[in-house]
Design a protein around this ligand. Structure first.
Ligand code: NAG
Length: 223
């Protein structure tokens, strides 16, 4: 074994190649910072997953949970989640039991939106000082937008993608990562009691009749 290694490392070309290889591996590890770095996982159980759905239909007609995948769907002419609410139809996971008013919080999940679903909010931070949400990620024709405005990511239909939302309440910012890459950052919209949601929540216009998103590995982190 020793003799074998000596033979190779006496050849400078082999040594350079080995060193170059180590350098490449090392720099790719260094640049591969993850949005969850420095955060602590907040363990979730099924008690932390509350499902909001049209109030007049059974849960299993708008939601399924199989093989770790939560599938949520809603129709444009569905009722809202509670009688007299007057809001647009939704089937959403509402993270329950971890509402926050300060600190730095992070949502992580892997989402999937089938081609055909358009005009649906797929992820949001609920609560804001003068509005009902701090950030909404909405899908239109395969693009993820900030509300119905700025495009955050394109080509998102029919594939799994990772979403990380970081809300720095004290700093007043929200940062969006798609597939581990920072794609968007904005000021938040003032202090409130906040919580994370994902699923499908119909926008007011330009919506498809059927809306669906799937989610797996939903996690919450904090600093
Ligand atoms: C969605 O599917 C339709 C029909 O197959 C196709 O024409 C269209 O390009 C797709 N849209 C996107 C954004 O992938």
């Amino acid at each position: 074994m020793d003799k074998h290694m000596n033979v190779h490392f006496k050849n400078p070309a082999v040594l350079y190649i080995v060193l170059l290889g180590l350098l490449i591996i090392n720099s790719s590890l260094l640049s591969g910072a993850d949005p969850t770095d420095g955060f602590t996982n907040v363990p979730l159980t099924e008690d932390n997953i509350a499902i909001q759905r049209p109030y007049n239909v059974p849960l299993d007609e708008r939601y399924s949970f199989e093989d770790g995948i939560r599938k949520l769907w809603v129709y444009a002419d569905d009722k809202s989640h509670s009688p007299g609410s007057g809001t647009q139809p939704r089937t959403e996971v509402r993270i329950h039991g971890h509402d926050y008013t300060s600190g730095v919080w992070q949502f992580e999940g892997y989402g999937f939106v089938p081609n055909g679903t358009t005009g649906a909010t797929i992820t949001q931070i609920h609560g804001a000082e003068h509005d009902s949400s701090t950030i909404i990620l909405r899908i239109y024709d395969g693009d993820i937008r900030y509300y119905s405005g700025q495009v955050i990511a394109t080509g998102m239909y029919d594939r799994w993608f990772r979403v990380n939302l970081i809300h720095d309440v004290d700093g007043g910012t929200v940062t969006v990562y798609i597939d581990g890459e920072q794609k968007f950052q904005t000021q938040d919209r003032g202090r409130a009691q906040f919580y994370f949601k994902c699923g499908v929540y119909a926008a007011l216009r330009d919506i498809s009749y059927y809306m669906e998103s799937r989610w797996r590995d939903i996690k919450i982190y904090r600093k």
